[in-house]
Design a protein around this ligand. Structure first.
Ligand code: ADP
Ligand code: MG
Ligand code: MG
Length: 896
């Protein structure tokens, strides 16, 4: 360690927005607001570095840090003209967490710190408001008891509830001084009983322990889950902000609230938010009382409203983005307590980004960079079939749009458990707290009976893009019965309910959901993305309908058409089974002759829909036994045959033959067994039929004047000889069906899926027979890791991720270090032989943002993803291009 102590405490006036990593988001933005001359209660920030130090020291603050805090506190006392712990005019502070990446509500904050039995008297005298002073003190003891002393909140809630019953009121504001004093006494008794120690009266002890508790809250379970979901690194740590208090609970000319500079649900350019009169900080977010819409403040306190409005606009201009702002009004004077880029849903994000471009605030490139592509997914999957709505049970606040349907559950753990069993659930609660986060993640939608548009449930659900209805006051929960009552109806746990987060309607039963339309803003954004991106976006489509949808979403071709999906259709499966079970070639060919026109018709449909665009068709891939009946089921049927029935002996024989064949085809390890081109080589007639169907379809479509561009893809090639053989068959059949002339006109391609590591390693040989490489990253990941996906995800992979042995699920996010290296090698190898070799990716990774960036870097020509992810991939491809360009500008290409 160096001898010079690091500066680990910064007064707000010493910081600025760029110091995000050191000061955390909250601290950096408080400092920035001070720089802008906005009314921010003074304070200082303890850096994230101090937090990391704290963990390195085994959970202890250093003397050095305490010294720096004490010095900063001294300066704060001078600035405020108050003294910390003084019994006449005490300085009170909040101790607030604030990490680099905003994690709303995930960590802890303590307000009114510095109160004790003596200073509370001072506060009462100084403000001439004893009721207020004791209100602050009871809030402080509760938060301190909860955050620092780890006493569960419900103990305090229960005591508060008892007090309200004694006082005969529901409302905090109606409690008298004496009431609060009695509550304080019982809070203290509770703390003594739970911790064996009296509530600390030493204000310095209060402060240091609170700082440590905030550091520690970085590792609380809900913060950990949140980081995992949002892929926030664990090592960042949190800063701590110590800020002089302002009081929204001083009376009716005081209050507190949260606003957004635009509507975070639909992006409309109007002030949006809520406030509560005579309330403190957490009251709005906690959903204790249902707050007032911000528009009401314009009548109640016009001067404050106007001031707030102009500040919101100023901050938005300054940060060039929609802001989420916390404010408090103390005796008619406005104070700002936080600003940050506001969380918004996909629809709002799109509108705000497009509006900011047309307002001249940001460039097209900036607007594209800002789109959180993972949210677009939800934008493209919502709405419901209005005609199927039978009964609207109640209407609450439309807190996060989109429709969701599921079985109702009343606690987060059940939501998680049911979700694991494959059920779709709706989490219904009075209000949510950060402890419910895992349940919210597991739910299709969230419903609360209390709290407003900025309550915890609303903010978190919007962030996750989960439909949510808040403050649905018509609901009564019946805890014991595990049920809720709405408008005279009783819904028990497991009953179906549908939420419309866009309008706030709670609907009985399960209503079919409908995919959403493209908004004009999304269309605009996609046009900009298309101008910028160089990576093409194809789609995976197995049938004409998907092809059409994908084309509507802007797909520029089909990167993967899986022919086996056509085999599974119920009317076809029996023929497929006949083909597989055939005793001889003759029988097999009879079945294949029946299948051929069906396949041909599918391909014709797809070619028509993809007129002028490439269609990559993969020849049959899965092992044959996947198409056969289940062996246990056959054995069961056999055991149940009735001895009396005259037909039994014949049936028995039939079943036994079937069982023998299914057993014969059974493989110990089908993933590595007779599948892909191996199957096509052992049963050439199967591939021949498919190839014929493709060229017959092409011929028909060409005659209709359609521009057909088939690309035949051979799966699971691991050796050049395999591809050489099958390519030969393809060329022969093409010539036979089209004749020499037309087979030249039809610019078809033959290529392979690179999904066996050996194929990547021997790309230079394989490419001799390939016009294109398509990386089948699902199998390539399985085979590179040696994991079978189903076994991995069902068993050890979760453990690996929990223990952080792997940073991510490699089936979701491409493993660039391992699998990626094989891809790079194959691209390079292929292009040394054929410089303009077409390359693409068609695994599920094709729709993942990070994987798309990798494809851009590696110089692939296209990514292929499911139809609904096409818009997302178009934007991610533009983002990738912008990022690669920016990186190149930072480091000019090395001179060779
Ligand atoms: P979170 O990150 O959970 O929002 P905050 O640290 O922002 O936690 O604080 C919680 C609440 O307390 C917010 O409503 C905030 O505005 C309020 N608050 C924090 N510090 C002060 C303060 N010094 N004076 C008044 N209210 C405060
Ligand atoms: Mg806050
Ligand atoms: Mg494969």
């Amino acid at each position: 360690m160096s001898g010079v102590p690091h500066k680990q405490v910064f007064a707000f006036q010493e910081g600025h927005a760029q110091m995000l990593h050191l000061l955390g988001g909250k601290g950096a933005n408080l400092a920035e607001m001070v720089r802008l001359g906005l009314p921010v209660p003074p304070g200082f920030t303890v850096t994230t570095e101090a937090c990391r130090d704290f963990y390195e020291q085994g959970g202890q603050t250093t003397e050095e840090l305490r010294g720096q805090i004490a010095a900063a506190l001294k300066r704060l006392e001078l600035e405020k003209g108050q003294v910390f712990g003084d019994s006449c005019n005490p300085l009170l502070v909040s101790v607030r967490s604030g990490s680099v990446t905003s994690m709303p509500g995930m960590m802890d904050t303590v307000l009114n710190l510095g109160l004790n039995d003596a200073t509370v008297e001072g506060l009462a005298n100084h403000t001439h408001n004893a009721r207020f002073a004791y209100d602050c003190y009871r809030r402080f003891i509760q938060m301190y008891g909860n955050v620092v002393l780890n006493i569960e909140g419900f103990h305090f809630e229960r005591l508060l509830h008892e007090l309200k019953q004694q006082e005969g009121t529901e409302l905090d504001q109606a409690i008298t001084v004496e009431g609060w004093q009695r509550l304080i006494a019982s809070y203290k008794a509770c703390i003594l009983q739970k911790t064996g120690r009296v509530f600390p009266q030493d204000v310095n002890e209060q402060l240091y322990l609170a700082v440590e508790a905030v550091f520690r809250s970085w590792h609380n379970p809900r913060a950990q889950i949140y980081r995992k979901v949002h892929q926030i690194p664990d090592h960042q740590g949190t800063a701590v902000n110590i800020q002089s208090m302002v009081f929204g609970n001083m009376g009716d000319d005081s209050g507190t609230g949260v606003i957004f500079s635009r509507n975070p649900s639909n992006g409309e350019n109007v002030l949006f938010g809520e406030y509560l009169v005579n309330a403190q900080g957490e009251d709005v977010v906690a959903g204790v009382r249902t707050p007032m819409p911000i528009a009401a403040l314009e009548n109640e306190m016009p001067a404050v409203y106007n001031h707030l409005y102009s500040v919101a606009k100023q901050l938005e201009r300054h940060y060039k983005d929609m802001q989420d702002i916390e404010f408090t009004v103390e005796n008619g004077k406005l104070y700002l307590l936080q600003t940050r880029s506001g969380k918004r849903n996909a629809q709002a994000a799109m509108k705000i980004a497009v509006d900011l471009v047309s307002e001249g605030s940001i460039s097209k490139e900036d607007s594209l960079r800002r789109i959180e592509v993972s949210h677009l997914d939800q934008l493209l999957h919502r709405g419901m079939d209005e005609s199927k709505i039978t009964q609207v049970l109640a209407t609450g606040l439309p807190a996060s749009p989109g429709a969701a349907t599921g079985q109702v559950v009343f606690d987060a753990d059940t939501a998680v458990e049911w979700n694991r069993m494959g059920k779709r659930v709706i989490l219904a609660r009075q209000e949510t707290t950060p402890e419910d986060i895992h349940g919210m993640i597991a739910s299709e939608g969230v419903l609360t009976s209390r709290g407003g548009m900025t309550s915890h449930a609303a903010v978190v659900a919007r962030g996750m893009g989960t439909p949510c209805i808040c403050g649905c006051e018509g609901i009564q929960f019946m805890e014991k019965e595990k049920a809720m009552q709405i408008a005279g109806h009783v819904l028990k746990e497991g009953d179906w309910v549908t939420l419309d987060g866009t309008t706030g309607r709670v609907i009985e039963g399960s209503i079919p959901l409908r995919e959403a339309e493209m908004t004009p803003e999304l269309t605009q954004m996609l046009e900009w993305a298309d101008e910028i991106r160089t990576l093409q976006v194809y789609t995976n489509a197995d049938n004409p309908k998907d092809a059409e949808t994908a084309r509507r979403f802007g797909a520029e071709g089909i990167g993967l058409c899986r022919t086996e999906h056509m085999f599974f259709a119920p009317e076809r499966l029996p023929v497929v089974q006949q083909m597989i079970l055939a005793d001889n070639i003759g029988e097999r060919n009879r079945a294949l002759t029946q299948l051929l026109p069906m396949q041909q018709a599918d391909f014709e449909g797809i070619f028509r829909n993809m007129d002028g665009l490439p269609v990559t068709i993969r020849l049959l891939d899965p092992p044959l036994h996947e198409f056969l009946p289940n062996i246990e089921e056959l054995l069961r049927q056999l055991s149940q045959l009735n001895g009396e029935d005259p037909e039994t002996p014949a049936k028995k024989k039939e079943l036994q033959v079937l069982i023998r064949k299914v057993r014969l085809l059974h493989e110990t390890n089908p993933m590595l067994g007779q599948r892909g081109c191996r199957l096509g080589i052992v049963y050439p007639e199967i591939y021949d039929m498919q190839i014929e169907a493709i060229f017959l379809a092409a011929d028909t479509c060409m005659a209709e004047g359609i521009d057909v561009r088939p690309e035949l893809m051979v799966p699971l090639v691991g050796h050049a000889a395999e591809l050489q053989l099958i390519r030969g068959r393809i060329e022969e059949i093409a010539k036979r069906i089209l004749g020499a002339e037309k087979s030249k006109v039809l610019a078809y391609k033959v290529g392979t899926m690179i999904e066996v590591p050996r194929a990547a390693l021997t790309a230079k040989q394989i490419v001799q027979y390939a016009d294109f490489f398509s990386f089948g990253t699902n199998d390539l990941t399985q085979m590179t890791f040696g994991y079978s996906r189903d076994d991995a995800e069902g068993k050890f992979l979760t453990r690996y991720l929990d223990q952080k042995l792997l940073p991510q699920n490699p089936f979701q996010v491409l493993d660039t270090d391992g699998v990626g290296q094989l891809i790079e090698m194959a691209v390079a190898g292929g292009r040394t032989v054929k410089p303009s070799l077409k390359t693409g990716i068609c695994g599920e990774h094709g729709g993942d943002k990070a994987s798309i960036l990798f494809c851009q870097r590696t110089g692939l020509n296209y990514v292929s993803c499911s139809p609904f992810r096409v818009p997302l991939a178009r934007i991610a491809a533009a983002q990738a291009q912008l990022e690669v360009k920016a990186a190149e500008e930072r480091t000019p290409a090395a001179v060779l």
